[in-house]
Design a protein around this ligand. Structure first.
Ligand code: SF4
Ligand code: SF4
Length: 469
């Protein structure tokens, strides 16, 4: 039996340590502590050994789940070698993680529900297979979270009220990394707090659905409806080269349908998806027809799932080598281009012969639709172009309408954020732009049908407040 002096002490190959801390718990002599330095090869933080008091008991080797993480100190000088040469060939061949596809489960026909927008979105999430909710309550989005808190425990799901929005998005990062479906409900100031984490999720290519029930801003603002975060969602999803599909429902039915779609797109592209609605739509009650099927999620092959097959997977947004980071950004750009080409969606109402195009989304689109009906009775050929995706903006559907339209009137509950998206998208697509007028309210005020009609009939170009013509 070897003496303590003869027994080997532990030796760490930092590039194989994932920093799980099991060896720290195993060591009764407190010889191992959490590290503070990120290993540039892995993006992880390996532990640090202090072996002055080490008894060479070997408990830490046993505790380490990594085959090459912590090993007995080799005799003599150590020369870094290929682990396969150092420890011999793997006993079992490396498994390739297979993707388990989603299953579509048929549902019986159900009577329609009458429910509010946030509830409709929560129901859509559950039908899309979401069983993990993380969030921090904020008006006017909280009812969606409340319904998830009631239903998820009955469905073997997980509801966590996080300590903050920052904690929320990082829990979603972890959940998405495991290949699971997660979501949050939030509202404008809370969404601002999540942006850094959303950038990390985009960088790491992780799915997750963010339902932002927008309220009045800037700052604390108020809890009334506003389309305050269009710019944030379309142009400012955290630091770096970020982009995500932004879906904009106008009815409780679309809250359900587009939330289900959000999960599908989020996993198809390995990217967060934003469902952007306003405080009025979140609270608005409407008829809800339930779909005839629901999703039983599979497991993507890239998931960091923790079993042997997925052991080789890594989720990280760190790329310390400049050339690697540029290559990663080019990869993201290709993904964004695919989203831009394939995921444009719009709803056209009486646009086929429209001389005047109203452009609106969310709750203001409802007033605009009523205005189109009234204008038609007054002999004005008006139509409503309603984007269902704000990013990508649906220029493909808009292009043929611009050949005929003489005027566009942008109706929105924001000081020009929708108009800016329209102008940018049309400009980038190289399309001709007719005269653009705008009808804007904000601070909780919504455009009214009557004033939209009056604005179109008056045909007076409106200069945006505070912005030179
Ligand atoms: S060999 Fe034993 S004493 Fe030494 S570090 Fe490992 S667990 Fe601690
Ligand atoms: S148990 Fe192994 S992988 Fe986990 S921290 Fe310790 S050395 Fe690293």
């Amino acid at each position: 039996m070897p003496t303590t002096a003869e027994k080997p002490k532990p030796f760490l190959l930092p590039q194989y340590c994932k920093g799980c801390g099991r060896c720290i718990e195993a060591c009764a002599r407190h010889c191992i502590e959490m590290g503070t330095e990120i290993n540039p090869q892995t993006g992880l933080v390996p532990v640090v050994l202090h072996l002055e008091n080490c008894s060479a008991c070997g408990l830490c080797f046993t505790a380490c789940p990594e085959p090459y993480g912590l090993a007995p100190q080799p005799e003599g000088d150590f020369e870094l070698q290929d682990p396969a040469r150092l420890f011999g060939p793997r006993k079992a061949p490396v498994e390739t993680p297979m993707s388990v596809p989603d299953e579509i489960v048929a549902l019986p026909e159900a009577a329609p529900l009458v429910t509010k927008g946030t509830y409709a979105s929560a129901i859509g999430a559950l039908l899309a297979g979401c069983r993990h909710f993380f969030g921090y309550p904020i008006t006017p989005s909280t009812e969606g979270a409340e319904l998830m808190a009631k239903l998820l425990p009955k469905l073997d799901g997980v509801f966590v009220q996080a300590v903050s929005e920052v904690a929320t998005v990082n829990m979603m990062y972890g959940c998405g990394g495991a290949g699971l479906r997660s979501m949050t409900f939030t509202s404008s100031p809370g969404f601002s707090l999540m942006l850094e984490g959303i950038s990390y999720m985009i960088g790491s290519e992780l799915p997750g659905v963010f339902v932002n029930v927008m309220r009045g801003g800037p700052g604390l603002g108020n809890i009334a409806p506003e389309q305050a975060d269009i710019k944030l969602a379309c142009r400012g999803l955290g630091h770096g080269n970020t982009q995500a599909v932004v879906l904009v429902p106008s009815t409780p039915q679309e809250m359900l349908d587009l939330t289900m779609l959000a999960f599908e797109l989020s996993f198809r592209y390995r990217n967060p998806v934003v469902v952007l609605c306003d405080g009025y739509l979140g609270q608005m009650t409407g008829k809800l027809k339930l779909p005839r099927s629901m999703v039983k999620p599979g497991l993507p092959g890239w998931a960091v799932w923790g079993d042997r097959a997925h052991r080789g997977n890594l989720v990280s947004s760190i790329q310390l080598d400049e050339a690697d980071l540029e290559a990663h950004n080019r990869h993201l750009n290709r993904k964004y281009a695919e989203m831009a080409a394939k995921e444009q969606r719009a709803d056209l109402f009486r646009c086929e012969d429209a001389d005047v195009l109203l452009v609106a989304c969310n709750t203001p689109a409802r007033m605009a639709k009523g205005a189109v009906e009234t204008l038609r009775t007054r002999g004005v050929k008006a139509g409503l172009f309603r984007p269902l995706t704000l990013w990508p903006f649906p220029t493909t559907a808009l292009a043929p309408l611009l050949e005929r339209a003489e005027r566009i009137v942008v109706v929105e509950a924001s000081p020009g954020q929708l108009e800016d998206e329209l102008r940018l998208a049309v400009s980038r697509a190289g399309l001709p732009l007719p005269k653009i007028e705008s009808l804007q309210h904000y601070g909780g005020m919504l455009p009214q049908q009557r004033e939209i009609v009056e604005r179109v009939l008056a045909s007076v170009p409106i200069v945006r407040e505070g912005v030179p013509a």
